[in-house]
Design a protein around this ligand. Structure first.
Ligand code: PHE
Length: 339
């Protein structure tokens, strides 16, 4: 039994097989148990010898099983280790890295500049109320100037904001003028019911700007806008203000920048004026201040609304605004600042 048992144990190729052999040899129905059980039927003088012999065999088999189990476990572990071996010296696979979208890069430049000039950066809801988008901006219901912005209405009261100007009203309402002037910019997405074409998108970006204090003048507005234009385009660029109309500013201006194509000499791009229109601005209308609870006899200032999409098109010579929204990485990778 011992020889056969030990040979069987050695031949076991896995732990399951080994366990079967163990049960077969040492289990309740095995030969050892049977022998030990049979001792009581033997003559008294033979019992110690047979018992100790059977015990020895049982111990030898138990040990052999334990030893072989360890061997099998080691072998299994080694096999697993070999299978999972990693060569840390192999070169890694390159990971495609993204970068901020070109429009976001322009917005970041605005934010960077205005934070440096002590402005706060505010963000507001894209689903806006008629009240903030229009009424608080001096555009009561049925005002004809509402037609200037074709609007996506969600209901009678709610709409997709057609401009970031509602952030003027929200900022004015919140600001505590006893703590100092209000200076803020608010970048964000706006929506208009326009048919998409190379120069129109139903969704685009604006950065609203607002400065309210005592004694703010139009010269402050012009200086601020010149600084902004030169930050984005460079020092060789100049701006000019032309009279215009917005319901929430009086006077209102449209702002032109030196034509990037001819640097002011006159070309087809600027229709031989030397200038390209880039944004709207003006001195905040007293009605806007009063509706937001600000005393327009004490406080006043300027506001502007600029389109980063338009700036990006001019700066990089992109001739179709829709390219910004198609998210083709071959287009977007051209504006990878990391080179
Ligand atoms: N909200 C205006 C527009 O979308 C731009 C603007 C902002 C004009 C602030 C004047 C002052 O056309």
């Amino acid at each position: 039994i011992k020889q056969k048992g030990l040979a069987d144990i050695d031949s076991a190729v896995d732990l399951k097989k080994l366990n079967e052999i163990r049960v077969h040899l040492l289990g309740k129905k095995g030969p050892i148990t049977a022998t030990l059980r049979g001792i009581k039927d033997l003559p008294v003088e033979e019992r110690p010898e047979v018992g100790s012999y059977a015990n020895k065999i049982r111990d030898a088999i138990t040990q052999a099983v334990a030893a072989h189990r360890e061997d099998l476990e080691d072998a299994a572990l080694n096999k697993q280790l070999a299978a999972e071996k990693i060569d840390v010296t192999l070169p890694g696979k390159p990971v495609a890295q993204g970068q901020p979208h070109v429009i976001q890069q322009i917005i970041d430049e605005f934010v960077d500049l205005f934070l440096g000039m002590g402005y706060q950066v505010l963000q507001g809801p894209e689903v806006e109320s008629d009240k903030y988008n229009f009424e608080m901006m001096n555009l009561p219901k049925n005002h004809p100037a509402r037609d200037m912005q074709d609007t996506f209405y969600l209901s009678k009261e709610f709409l997709m904001r057609s401009q970031t100007s509602p952030m003027q009203a929200r900022a004015l309402e919140k600001h505590d003028f006893s703590k100092g002037p209000l200076k803020m910019i608010s970048p964000g997405i706006v929506y208009r019911r326009d048919t998409d074409d190379p120069t129109h998108s139903h969704q685009f970006h604006q950065v609203e700007g607002l400065v309210i204090d005592r004694h703010v003048t139009m010269a402050d507005l012009k200086g601020t806008l010149l600084t902004m234009a030169q930050k984005i385009f460079g020092d060789r660029f100049d701006i000019r203000l032309r009279p215009s109309y917005f319901p929430f500013t009086e006077p209102s201006v449209e702002v032109d920048i030196t034509c990037f194509n001819c640097m002011g000499k006159g070309c087809d791009v600027c229709k031989h004026t030397g200038w390209i229109e880039v944004l709207g601005a003006g001195m905040v209308h007293p009605n806007v201040l009063e509706m937001a609870g600000v005393d327009s006899k004490v406080y006043g200032g300027f506001a502007f609304g600029v389109g980063p999409d338009r700036f990006a098109m001019l700066k990089y010579g992109v001739d179709d605004i829709r390219d910004f929204y198609l998210d083709d990485v071959r287009f977007l990778d051209q504006f990878d600042k990391r080179g």
